[in-house]
Design a binder for this molecule. Structure first.
Ligand code: KIV
Ligand code: ZN
Length: 431
């Protein structure tokens, strides 16, 4: 462990975020088609990208990063397919990523020609390890890259006056950069763009998640308090999941002052993935906050994500996995059964072991209870009552569940409702 050192914390003696909650959804930006795509073994084809695009639009995303068209021909072709095929709704803005290099910026504008609105997203890395070991440049040199990038974006925007341009700048590896220096770089970049009067987004990435979410939130709060012209900029976050805390970091970052969150559906993205927008949005939803995304068709979201990424969803993935609304243990099944029978339509959700109503994601109660050797009489009774309309006396509930449990033990697996019925029939109904 002595190989590693702790990330320095930001001096913020009067931090405010622990007292806050999130009471409205941040602006969302999906980076499925860019960060998600660049991490795939087989990057998406144009056809797969169009499928993902249609889903993202249907879910309600208003800002979507569509690729890196100056670096990839399929990304270029995809952006053209969106614009030439009139597939961008009036209230949706496309965003493209580009490095601060003039020829790449020029090519990005070619890709976007004819778009009604677009965000040009420039990034360069600012952390000490990137400055010293990757680029061999000092702080002033790294700052100049960002400023020059903003200048080119501004100059090229003037050549395409029919599009409403926004500019986004990311000090890549922000969370590993001295926060005072990262803020100084952003101040200079903002100054370069401000004269246009067009919107600017400053996106703060935890490119690699190296510290705990509270440390990231302190960095965000420090930035929001100290950056110049705070009222004129949108502060966006882009967290990765290396420590398994990308959602927590994004949530605390919003409490710390950020306005906008970048992430992907179900957390696809570089290495351990980007922040999972499904989880964060459903976290808000389950606290009574409208996430401003429609996630009621979870099965379709999973099907499209799996089709485009070729990565199967883990069965215990928060909110979406196959097993997350399933109870095998008898006491859990019994508690769920009792709570569901008492749950009124107009009251707040109060069902033990089910943090939200599966129906809100397009799932049904029938799938909730599954029977194996861990199950008790509650689950077996539930299946016989709900699937077969039986109302059993208590002695029979106990007896039937013992028989089902014995069968589950014998096969070391799950007993289906059909098998439970057959066992019931042969035990009590057939002579
Ligand atoms: O993770 C990252 O820093 C990025 C940037 C390009 C925003 O993906
Ligand atoms: Zn990223």
């Amino acid at each position: 462990h002595r190989k590693y050192k702790a990330t320095p914390t930001v001096a913020l003696s009067d931090r405010q975020w622990p007292n806050n909650t999130i009471d409205s959804a941040p602006k969302w930006c999906s980076v499925d088609l860019r960060d998600g795509n660049q991490a795939l073994v087989e990057p998406m084809t144009v056809e797969q990208k169009l499928r993902m695009w249609d889903l993202l639009v249907k879910l309600g995303f208003k800002e979507i990063e569509v690729g890196f068209p100056s670096a990839s021909q399929p990304d270029f072709d995809f952006v053209r397919a969106l614009i030439d095929g009139n597939r961008i709704p009036d209230d949706v803005t496309v965003q493209i990523l580009v490095q601060a290099r003039e020829e790449l910026i020029a090519r990005s504008y070619e890709a976007l020609e004819g778009a009604k609105r677009a965000i040009i997203h420039v990034y360069n890395s600012t952390s000490p390890v990137q400055r010293e070991r990757v680029f061999g440049m000092d702080k002033a040199g790294i700052k100049d890259i960002g400023v020059q990038g903003a200048r080119w974006v501004r100059e090229y925007a003037e050549k395409y006056p029919n599009t409403q341009w926004s500019f986004q700048y990311s000090p890549e590896s922000f969370s590993s950069t001295e926060v005072e220096y990262a803020t100084e770089v952003c101040d200079a970049v903002i100054e370069e763009w401000r004269s246009t009067g067009n919107p600017i987004i400053i996106n703060l990435p935890a490119t690699v998640e190296c510290a705990s979410p509270n440390v990231f939130a302190d960095q965000v709060e420090w930035f929001c308090r100290n950056v110049k012209h705070r009222e004129d900029i949108v502060v966006s976050l882009h967290t990765h999941n290396d420590r398994g805390c990308a959602v927590a970091a994004a949530e605390l970052g919003v409490m710390a002052g950020a306005d906008r969150i970048e992430g992907t559906l179900l957390g696809n993205g570089e290495r351990t993935g980007n922040m999972d927008i499904v989880t964060m949005a459903m976290n808000l939803y389950s606290q009574g906050v409208d996430p401003m995304l429609d996630l009621s068709g979870m099965d379709e979201i999973i099907a499209v994500a799996e089709y485009c990424t070729k990565i199967p969803l883990h069965p215990r993935h928060p909110y979406a996995g196959d097993l997350v609304f399933t109870a095998f243990s008898g006491s859990h099944q019994d508690a769920i059964r009792k709570c569901l029978s008492k749950q009124g339509d107009d009251e707040h959700w109060q069902v033990a072991y089910l943090p939200i109503d599966p129906a809100d994601l397009g799932r049904s109660y029938e799938a909730v209870i599954r029977i194996n050797s861990q199950s008790g009489k509650g689950g077996v009774t539930w299946v016989l009552e709900n699937d077969y309309g039986l109302n059993l006396p208590r002695w029979m509930q106990i007896d039937a569940s013992r028989k089902v449990q014995a069968q589950a033990e014998a096969i070391s697996g799950e007993v289906s409702p059909q098998q439970i019925w057959e066992l019931f029939e042969s035990s009590y109904l057939k002579p």
